[in-house]
Design a protein around this ligand. Sequence first.
Ligand SMILES: Nc1ncnc2c1ncn2[C@@H]1O[C@H](COP(=O)(O)OP(=O)(O)OP(=O)(O)O)[C@@H](O)[C@H]1O
Ligand SMILES: [Mg+2]
Length: 460
Amino acid sequence: MNDPNQVALDALLQAVRLAPENIALADHLAKTLLQMSRAEEAAQVYRDALHHHPGNTQLQLGLADSYRRANRLSHALAILETLVAEKNPPAEALLLHARVLHGQGETRSAINQYKDAIDADPDLSDAAFESLLGLNFESESDESAQRTPASWLDDVDEAGFDQQDIDDESFADLETPSIKFDDVGGMTDVKEDIRVKIIYPLQHAEMFAAYGKKVGGGILMYGPPGCGKTMLARATAGEIDAGFLSIGISDVLDMWVGNSEKNLHNLFQQARRNRPCVVFFDEVDALGASRSDMRRSSGRHLINQFLSELDGVETDNDGVLFLAATNAPWHLDSAFRRPGRFDRIIFVPPPDAEARIEILKLALAGKPTEKINLEKLAAKTADFSGADLNSVVDTAVETKLKEAVKTGLPKPITTGDLMSAVKRCRPSTGEWFSTARNHALYSNEGGAYDPILDYLKIKR
Ligand SMILES: Nc1ncnc2c1ncn2[C@@H]1O[C@H](COP(=O)(O)OP(=O)(O)OP(=O)(O)O)[C@@H](O)[C@H]1O
Ligand SMILES: [Mg+2]
């Protein structure tokens, strides 16, 4: 029962594996995946290709589009903001930026960006998108260009959600992760914060009560992509044998589409029924986007309900630990940061040299290697994220495999193999820091982003 689509896809995958530096092939594979609504996988294909061709515009656009379709809007934005800031930005980048801005409820900026895109390349005009932006109804006033829940619905439909998929009982799969803090390299400070702030209160509830110490509230992690936020959230659950519920922004959007407060309540109830339980909100900025029109629309309602569930107003949240992560803390509604909510905000930087050694060690575990000079590798991989380090190892493994297939002689991986893989990879955190730097320099209220300035060694 071979599905012909799958057969074609497998052939493409194979081709890309053999020629990972071929841009056209990678692009074709990713586009095929996008057609099959497999946006996360498409994003992975683009990320891999970008390792071979850092900064390639076509690939960056593809990656941004994949993120958009996977509803990872802040990731898409991070790439697009850099592309459109260039001197003569490609028209496709402007159009895509407009779509993402629209997805975030920034209709007015979306319209401006769309107009720029069409000015640059009239062939890009898109009637369906214009109607979403409220552009093609001449009789309507400017006001009508405001985003409405209905226009979001269209957007969500386009992203492949189906209202009928909504399950009234529960949204997220309850996992019981087996990874623990030790499986996550470095991140010593963040681990310590998680222990003190949420694990100890859970394990020593009576002691905290005896001293009248109020418990509650969660931890918000922010930082560049691929540096272990999601992994650490999962490991927190593993560390204390708790259940793990991961809530992506798409789940929350589904709730809005379903227009059902009951659903959101059920989700928190699911966590409360399964205590101890770690609830992880990924890309929480998209839910509380302060820039978005959600403030004014029914989305505001959803945020308020979310906050009161978090506060445990009607039911208590004992035994439920809340973690959240974002790449774009500056988009987060400040109501999320009040005491008792995500009041502990932690910067998760790229791993330092020591952590890089640990991550490389973890990535190489179980693979045939000679004695590897990890210190030397760590010294050459400043600014690499954990994910980047993993792909360095992957790249070295692939090269080795190709040789082994050709010669029929499998050989262990050497430091030299890894060093040449490092040369072919580029740290992916640079883009994030170029955006973050501006926020830290120009909207650093109360020194919230001092850790970013410190990391960048900018005096304050
Ligand atoms: N500290 C680390 N130790 C071991 N592996 C790591 C570490 N950081 C990242 N990785 C590797 O990189 C992958 C991506 O990390 P993860 O998904 O946790 O990043 P993230 O910070 O959540 O990124 P994003 O902001 O894109 O969601 C992990 O699955 C893991 O393989
Ligand atoms: Mg993550």
